[in-house]
Structures are given as C-alpha cells and as structure tokens.
Ligand binder design. Structure first.
Ligand SMILES: [Zn+2]
Length: 274
C-alpha cells in the first residue's frame, strides 16, 4: 500500500513537473499559462498529447521533436523527474526521520509543500537559465505563504490551547527579516554583483517558511555550498569574482536540506559542543 501511494504521488509529480516546464517556457515568452496548446519551440508545430507524456515521450522520441527532429532540452525530463522525486521525498524521509510537518494537519502541510516545491523548481530553473527571479511567481508565492501560515496557525491554536499564533508568526518574521536583511546587506555592499535583489526577496520567503532556528542552518549551508562552487569556478577560470552566478539554485538546495534535516543538524552540532 505504501509503495502504491508512493508510485501514485511520483506520477502526479511527473505531470506537475511537465506543467512547470510549460510555465517556465511561457513565462519567458510572456504568454498565458493555460489557454494555448503546447508547441515545439523550434518548428512551432502543435504537440499531441502523446508528445507530452512526462519522461516517456522524451525516451520514445529519443530526445528529438517528432516533427522537426531538433533536440528537446534535457530540462524537460530533468524538471519532471526532480519534481516527482521532491514530491515523494517527505514520504521516504518519514521512514527514518521525523517530518517537519504537524501530524494533525499533515495533508494540508503536504499540499502546501507541493505548492512551495513547484514554485521553487520554477525559480531554480528560471534563475539558472535567465539569471533572474521573476516577480510574477515570487510575489504570489509569498502572499500564498503568508496566507497559508496564518490559516495553519489559527488551526493549530484551535487544536492546542498552548499554541501561540503570535510567537509562531514572530519567529517566522524575525527569521525572514534576518535572512533577507543579510542578503540585502550583501546586495548593497556589492552593488548587486554578488547577489541580486530577487535573492533578497526569495530569502524572505525561505526564511519565513523555515523559521528560527532552521534559518541559521540554511544560512550556513548556503554560504558553504556557494563558497565551494564559487572557488571551484574561479580555480577552473570559468568565471571571475565579478561575474554573476545564479544564486537561487544554492538557496533552494540549502532550503530543502534545512527544511528536512535542520533539526538533526542543529542537534548534531550542539552535541559536538558538549
Ligand atoms: Zn519541432
């Protein structure tokens, strides 16, 4: 039964991933997300439903368009697979680690997690490809997040008399302001060369979701990974210190690690200090 549910969620994730690819493409083309049919970006031929089956179409077509035979970007199957894997991740982790979600409202939390992961995948790919974090995605995601946590906290306060909405939101706000404030400082000091203003706004969203103290783990991981990759790029002379590196992918990677393993990392670190 567990395996069966897992496969269903995985397939659901593949289709969501396929939709995210579509959003990424249409966002860049400044087209509507829903009305138009999907087309090949090279020959503009309208695609049939059997050209749009996640992963399977890509394999059957050997990575080439059925009509013009130009290669289809690896972004398509990779985004589909990444979405599916991230969707089943909490269910796999649950076997070994406690989830960062409240048991009593697990499905509400999981639904929000699916939403957030979808948003982050769009931002990850978009920043990697176009070096910008689109406000059209980030701002609605931020508003949905604030609304979600308000609803969640009211519900938790209703379930537990000792749950304080004020404390919970205060921790989240302090964490959001702390993360985005630090990024803002880097942005101002470097005049936008180290990180962009989009990262400052994304920092607010991620800091808010993680809350204190997981946001500390998040900051530490981001700079560790960002630093290692930055040094690597300089050593291999791919980029100079001044060149822009898309930062959102590091932020999102660190976020997922901190969300699921933040408490474990903090405990491990505190034990080292003993
Ligand atoms: Zn084509």
């Amino acid at each position: 039964m567990f395996i069966f549910s897992l496969i269903l969620i995985f397939i659901f994730g593949l289709f969501v991933g396929s939709f995210l690819n579509c959003v990424i493409w249409r966002l860049y083309q400044k087209k509507s997300f829903l009305i138009e049919r999907s087309i090949c970006p090279h020959c503009k031929h309208q695609l049939a439903w059997f050209d749009l089956i996640p992963i399977i179409s890509f394999i059957l077509l050997k990575g080439k368009c059925r009509y013009c035979h130009k290669p289809i970007s690896y972004q398509y199957p990779l985004v589909e697979l990444a979405t599916a894997l991230l969707f089943i991740l909490p269910f796999l982790i649950q076997q070994f680690f406690p989830l960062p979600f409240d048991e009593e409202i697990l499905w509400l939390e999981i639904l929000y997690y699916f939403f957030l992961i979808s948003v982050l995948i769009i931002l990850f790919v978009y920043d990697l490809k176009h070096f910008i974090i689109p406000d059209k995605i980030l701002i609605p995601a931020l508003l949905t997040t604030l609304f979600y946590f308000l609803i969640r906290d009211f519900y938790l306060a209703f379930l537990h008399s000792n749950f304080s909405i004020f404390t919970s939101l205060l921790y989240q706000l302090v964490s959001a302001i702390g993360v985005s404030g630090f990024f803002l400082l880097l942005y101002l000091l470097s005049k936008g060369r180290w990180i962009g203003f989009g990262d400052v706004k994304l920092g607010f969203l991620l800091g808010f979701v993680l809350s204190w103290p997981k946001s500390v783990v998040f900051m530490f991981l981001t700079y560790l990974i960002g630093g290692i990759i930055g040094i690597g790029l300089i050593i291999f002379k791919k980029k100079t210190l001044k060149a822009q590196v898309p930062f959102a992918p590091f932020l999102i990677f660190s976020f997922v690690i901190s969300l699921f393993f933040g408490s474990e990392i903090i405990n491990w670190y505190l034990n080292l200090l003993k």
